[in-house]
Design a protein around this ligand. Sequence first.
Ligand code: CUA
Length: 310
Amino acid sequence: MTLPLLPVFNSSSKPAHEIEWLFWISLIVCAVILAIVAGLIFYGLWRFRPYPGEATPEQRYGRPKFEQAWTFAPFVLLAVLFGLTVHVVDTGDPQSSAPTRLIIVGRQWFWAAHYTDGNFNTANEIHLPAGQDMWARIETADVIHDFWVPRISRKVDALPGIHNRLLLNAEQGTYLGTCAEFCGAQHANMRLRVIVSSPEAFASWKSHQRLPAIQPGEPVAMQGQKLFERRLCVQCHTIRGTEAHGLVGPDLTHFASRQMIAGEMLTNTAENVYRWLKNPQDVKPGSHMPNMQLTASQLRPLVAYLEGLQ
Ligand code: CUA
């Protein structure tokens, strides 16, 4: 069944299908119980409603058969639901010694993704090949986060000092995800998107991402690159093929290839990048990117440079 407004009812991967199926079973079981209990209450209220002047009816106590029934029936029901839950946990989170191909690191407040077999990084936009197993490891660099893309996976905590594994294998499409554990001021703006494309499209995306950054050709973008390398930007960001090797902020090597910026807050357009660089604290208060007090004559070249990093 497809309810487009509720991603959890619109699963697009095997583990998510199982979770959705379990949800429906539980919902139906609970709905039937609610209908029976509520129906009996309303029937009793109506059938045994008091009449004026009527004496209190005889009170009966101790019906062992009934008591046994309403102890035993919920027990059986819960045991069945427990068994189904164990089955779903098992299929959604199978044991595997397959190598980790993707390391997803939660940071205040964005998701960094490292592809181990291409040795490159991206941020907030994760690409996957449709129908192929991709084992990911979920980590955190600071506080507890929780990786959740409802249509394709269960929730996985990103815990300090612990590496959780997650099997990703989804159908083609674009899926939005979020951090599902309160992690500070910008928790709500710690979103991500997962783009699942055909294995061929994924391979060509990957081979492009592996390349070092494009060297700017336009004078204004070249000026932007110089500014980037001279300012504090290089302390926090990496742009492969340049002086920038910082690890705190998102890797910007192919910044312009991403659809969104700032943890999915803004679309990746020149105007928005300008706005972001002018004062990140204005867009995302509390973000670890400081206000660099850049002037318009510095902002324009920087935007031109970053928007050229396809
Ligand atoms: Cu990270 Cu909430």
